[in-house]
Design a protein around this ligand. Structure first.
Ligand SMILES: [Zn+2]
Length: 287
């Protein structure tokens, strides 16, 4: 029986697979990944053992880092584990028409959405030069994930390895895109600390905007996030781990200790994501 859907798990594809973790951290591509079994085969086994599905993706920031990823590999992992993985694609927004074409290719390969990371991709998401990318997502009915809040990548290093946090603010950036594209379904990734109250306002105001709870150990969730997830936005918030930053087991253990209503827990863990992704649950799981 499917117990939960992890809305946010990272894999490495393309040239990232061949580089050492140290090199990737130096390149500003990633945080240290070697702590947990991170190969997609091992991840699939972990999620199967936990009776979960997971949304998996890589992030293309080739313009900034010179490192190529492969959406075809993400699609390949989804095909290898169709009952476990739901693949999202990624395009480097600075690639212009090639990025728009790659969105179409992702849809053709069966990928189910697109993931953006405004800090590592170093782009202002409200700049009109990027609108054709969102318009392709609308046409192809692909939801999008935008990173929000601070990031572990570059954290604590001089200059944060050159990453700028500004474009990860829910207001004005995500709010503006959501207003411009009401048919575009948007997931804001992570409690967007230190802008989480702005984030909650956008989730409450824009019917096409959702959020996941990934990237933060639940015991550190800001109280306003817990309170809203438990009440006003209970149908619009998803479990996510941000694996390998946090393991799904740790996330679930700490989530169990939060004061969330018993009626809301299964929504956050499973039902909201199943509905969002169009995954049919057997009737036993649709209480
Ligand atoms: Zn992430």
């Amino acid at each position: 029986m499917l117990l939960a859907i992890d809305m946010h798990a990272h894999i490495h594809t393309g040239e990232k697979v061949k580089r050492s973790s140290d090199q990737l951290v130096k390149d500003g591509v990633s945080y240290h990944m070697e702590k947990h079994g991170h190969h997609p085969d091992e991840m699939a086994q972990m999620y199967q053992r936990l009776q979960m599905m997971a949304v998996i993706f890589d992030v293309d920031h080739e313009t900034r880092t010179g490192v190529k990823i492969s959406n075809a590999e993400t699609a390949g992992w989804m095909q290898k584990y169709p009952k476990t993985f739901i693949g999202f694609g990624s395009v480097d927004p600075w690639k212009g028409n090639a990025a728009v074409d790659e969105v179409k290719r992702c849809a053709d390969m069966g990928l189910r959405g697109m993931k953006f990371q405004q800090a590592t991709q170093a782009f202002n998401p409200t700049n009109s030069r990027f609108f054709p990318i969102y318009e392709a997502c609308v046409r192809l009915k692909l939801p999008v994930i935008f990173h929000t809040g601070t990031t572990a990548i570059g954290a604590g290093t001089p200059g944060g390895r050159g990453l700028v946090l500004e474009y990860c603010r829910p207001i004005p950036y995500i709010d503006e895109i959501a207003a411009r594209y009401p048919e575009l379904r948007i997931i804001m990734a992570h409690p967007a600390w230190p802008w989480h109250d702005d984030q909650l306002a956008v989730v409450r105001h824009k019917g096409n905007v959702y959020m996941d709870l990934s990237g933060w150990a639940p015991k550190y969730f800001p109280p306003s996030v817990v309170q809203n997830a438990n009440t006003l936005i209970q149908d619009k918030v998803f479990f996510g781990s941000d694996f390998p930053v946090i393991t799904p087991e740790r996330w679930l253990n700490e989530f169990a200790a939060l004061p969330i209503k018993d009626t809301v827990r299964p929504k956050i863990l499973l039902h909201n994501a199943a509905k969002f992704l169009g995954i049919e649950l057997p009737s036993a799981a649709t209480a």
